[in-house]
Design a protein. Sequence first.
Length: 273
Amino acid sequence: MGVLDGKVALVTGAARGQGRSHVLRMAAEGADIIATDLCAQIASVPYPMSTAADLAMTAEAVESMGRRVMPRIVDVRDALEMQRTVVEAASELGSLDIVVANAGIATVGATNPDPARAFGDTIDVNLIGTWNTIAAAAPAMREGGRGGAIVLISSTQGLKGVGGDGSPGITAYTAAKHGVVGVMRSCAHWLAQDGIRVNSLHPTGVETPMITNQAVSEWFASTPEAAEATRSLLPVSLLQPEDVSDALLWLVSDQAKYVTGVALPVDAGLAAR
């Protein structure tokens, strides 16, 4: 038996990276999955974003575990489309118990960026998209009457904001990830009466395409003070997505049934520096 048997989980940004890891970890523990992703490029993002083929691979991996999965291409910036997707998927799967607002982008290291677009796109996906996800999912969770858990994937940049260089990419990313903490704390109060827990998760750098790409590598090389500021206490440079998924599983399981309103670092000690 899995610790999430009988649960249905929604994960945004599920096509690859942390999102795929979170999906597979929860499916392995018995959850059925609603997996969403944009599966398209945003012009201000300097690395290749996920594709429909990536999302299909995630869905196939879930199905191979014998779990139900509904992959959907949807933009978290589109509030109405998120609402339609959640209503349809939750109705078909019978409930919605877990939400992981994971979708995110970084425009750090973009060549000749349009500052306004880089800043706006980052806020729109990482912060407004997080709110749109909660706003779409909360009614179904409340109507289900089974409580549940919402986890917002933030960052150590949502706790410390280190390594800023005044560029729109890193400034917007830090602002959005701090904003996610405010959304989490507000929603933890709002949804507590329904038995729905809301927490945020704050990883340091994770080995995914958002971090391991030429644009970010060149940015760190040209901004050594940022590299030093984001160094962890433990001797590890990057986490694996599965390291974050381990903490996520605990937060959404009944083992954390009295944990809400918490900003949990998974950062090898970076926040303690």
